[in-house]
Design a protein around this ligand. Sequence first.
Ligand code: ATP
Ligand code: MG
Length: 575
Amino acid sequence: MSEHSSNNAQKNDFIRNIIRDDIKAQKYPQIVTRFPPEPNGYLHLGHVKSICLNFGIAEEFGGVCNLRFDDTNPTAEKQDFIDNIENDVKWLGFEWAGEAHHASGYFDQLYAWAVQLIEQGDAYVDLQSPEQIRDNRGSFNEAGTPSPQRDASVAENLARFNEMKDGKFAEGEAVLRAKIDMASPNMNMRDPVIYRVMHQAHHQTGDKWCIYPMYDFAHPLSDALEGITHSLCTLEFEDHRPFYDWTVEKIGFEVPPHQYEFSRLNVDHTMTSKRKLKQLVDEGVVSGWDDPRMPTIAGMRRRGYTPEGLRDFCERVGVTKVDSVVDFRLLEFSIRQSLETTTARGMAVLKPLKVTITNFYDAVSSWESQKADSVNARWDEDAQTLWLKQPKHPNVDMGEREIPFTETLYIDQGDYEIEPPAGYKRLSPVKPEIRLRNTYVLAVTEHITDDAGNVTELKATIDPATLGNNPEGRKVKGVIHWVSASLGVPATVRMYEQLFSVEDPGSASDVHQVLNPNSLTELAAVVEPSLANADAGTRFQFEREGYFIADSEEHTSDKPVFNQIVSLRDSYKPA
Ligand code: ATP
Ligand code: MG
């Protein structure tokens, strides 16, 4: 699967350098990584970075990457999330080794290892309340106070742990703790909880268990069981690494996995937290996890973002240990780049203004004798339409489309101004002529306004000699797009801005205060038939307007619906 690397230059981040050294030292027969989501929501942009890193490394170094659901907390998890996560990883273009794994698949083994720790004198059942446990942990300056059960005998602890498993304790009445060091400067080493009582069915194991391992216990051992060599996670787990190492060492793995931490992906004007994104879904702030404004993979897919663009973005962001915030325009840059040579062109008028060509029949009757050789067209007598054949892409062979040119057209409202601002290059009473893309030069002869003075319609003529030819004796500046009024298809076009109005919405106490009221605008547009007839999920460049996708859920040829993917250009340049 190495075809994914869009640039062949060797990536030199610190993790890949560690792996190169490990390979040189022949430390492992094969590099094995894993992507370990908890199925408690949909994956987001932050996870894309983790996926690209874990699967990317496996590909580059001839290794494998597992997909493992870290499903140790059944309250927040469900099968729907699992299905969507699998779908998202595949859509990004990655394949995990064998079947997907689940931490819950190891519950028997994890239980046996917990018993082993008790037998070794490395774990004990604590009967303190959660409040007492918290109070007795001490503080940064103060050692913790040992639990009254800390020195209970192995036999007592085995009996109590067995009772925990058999449902003899209510939630909060007993936990199993690792016996490490209540005075450790690292709070995570002050006898962390490794098993808790939860009278809760699990989406994978049903009612089998009423005790569940803690993430910090299950994770290193799941890694070890799967033969993971490099366990890559985000920086907030750095302080957990001593316990990670403690756990795999106490259980006695000969080739222990190693944890390496990298900085999270943060992008301005967005947030990467499943919990906070779930709030937006649950409260109906967005239409769902796949709302095109959401930074979820499902949302970005529906928005029209490409897997190639997302992977390119992650490559550009790179992997470091330094926390930073990435400019969202870099993401848009990568997406735009991935669309330039892969999308067919088409004309869509987003804010239609009607134009009636008063000399249409006279002018078009002579089209064949007056057209340039470069023009490919046919006259359709029944429909009174000149069908213009045009390539779908100017320099990539994607075939041709037929564009109907008729007596009435739509152009964009923004392309005609009664009182044009300085430097305005489109149509106005003082500059009535312009090239209609792919067809004649048009000259406006009259504008009609409503009572409020808004232009409601234009009357115009076309110059018969300009079908593919330059006009005689004058230079006409500017080209605008248009759509036939009679054969164009009305379409809903959704324009997007950032969902959030501030750079760091994740830190807002109330997300409602930082929502951008203009994040979604629906336009009643008109599109050329080739756009309406496209399958749902097809991406286009609408000439002069940007990149758009036929919505995967709602688009039909009769009622086209397009989502704006990204604008055509931006002054932003990546460093
Ligand atoms: P969230 O808080 O959104 O639920 P999480 O880290 O708890 O995120 P997990 O499902 O546990 O979500 O994450 C799976 C993997 O993705 C972990 O290895 C985690 O470190 C990584 N990950 C999560 N968020 C980011 C991010 N913003 N940047 C890079 N990696 C991330
Ligand atoms: Mg998590």
